[in-house]
Design a protein around this ligand. Structure first.
Ligand code: MG
Ligand code: MG
Length: 265
């Protein structure tokens, strides 16, 4: 069942999502060659708890009921999503997708950003740029009267026109009191198909885009998902509300971009 949110509920969702944005902004200060993703996880968890919130990812069960062990997902290079932070050092030229979720005042926040570690090759930067642009193209399609399929179609068409792969196995979702609510929000689709977009619908839109083929495989830890062909992948995510007929972005990359300045994607 799809729950449409009241304006008051949307403001609570905004609060949780802004905290995710601030957490990602805090991490942006630290993402450099030589830091471990485990350190990033510690920084994120402390930041979230210091703000009176709970990291929603920690303990979140996968399909086998295994709880996710950390507060953020860190997916490096060919990893697409759900990478578990570890003790390996990030190195110059890597990319790391950081996905973060918070829970405060009864509502969830969810947003993700792919960061460059030091200088990365232009072709990799272009993948990130296209994925981020695709997110905003999807958001622009999220207007009243259109359908979920219109969002996915816009993202798919843009990314495939640049010969990138669009991951099918993982999708965006409704967001509210639960991190994952209905409806599913695929990054592919047909115009005019799927759930009708109405005021009060709150969804996370999250293109996962690959430099090569779109096929993915799960790693042996039962969480991390990587490209089958080993090509790089990027992931950008905003949570939005449909309000007054169009998308109101509840999460924010402003805090990241303030830190990265001219180096932002
Ligand atoms: Mg997320
Ligand atoms: Mg999400």
């Amino acid at each position: 069942m799809i729950s449409l949110k009241t304006e008051d509920e949307i403001e609570l969702l905004r609060e949780s999502n802004l905290l995710v944005g601030k957490t990602l902004g805090e991490l942006a200060k630290w993402i450099k060659p030589g830091i471990t993703t485990k350190s990033l996880d510690k920084i994120a968890e402390e930041f979230i708890r210091d703000h009176g919130a709970v990291p929603t990812f920690k303990g979140f069960p996968n399909q086998y009921g295994t709880p996710f062990p950390t507060s953020i997902c860190t997916s490096i290079n060919e990893q697409v999503v759900h990478g578990i932070p570890n003790n390996l050092l990030l190195k110059e030229g890597d990319i790391v997708s950081v996905d973060c979720g918070t829970y405060i005042n009864g509502f969830c926040g969810d947003s993700a950003y792919t960061f460059c570690v030091g200088e990365v090759r232009d072709e990799v930067r272009n993948l990130l740029k296209t994925t981020k642009e695709a997110l905003y193209i999807g958001i622009q399609s999220a207007v009243i009267g259109k359908r979920i399929g219109d969002i996915g179609h816009a993202i798919q068409q843009y990314c495939e026109s640049k010969l990138y792969g669009v991951v099918r196995e993982f999708v965006g979702h409704g967001i509210g009191k639960e991190m994952h609510e209905e409806p599913q929000v695929p990054n592919y689709g047909k115009c005019g198909e799927g759930v009708l977009l109405k005021n009060g619908l709150c969804i996370a839109i999250e293109p996962m885009i690959t430099q090569g083929a779109r096929q993915v495989v799960m790693e042996r830890d039962g969480w991390a998902v990587r490209t089958k062909d080993g090509s790089n992948a990027a992931h950008f995510e905003h949570s939005i509300a449909i309000k007054a007929g169009k998308a109101d972005i509840l999460s924010s990359f402003k805090f990241i971009e303030e830190v990265l300045g001219d180096n932002a994607i």
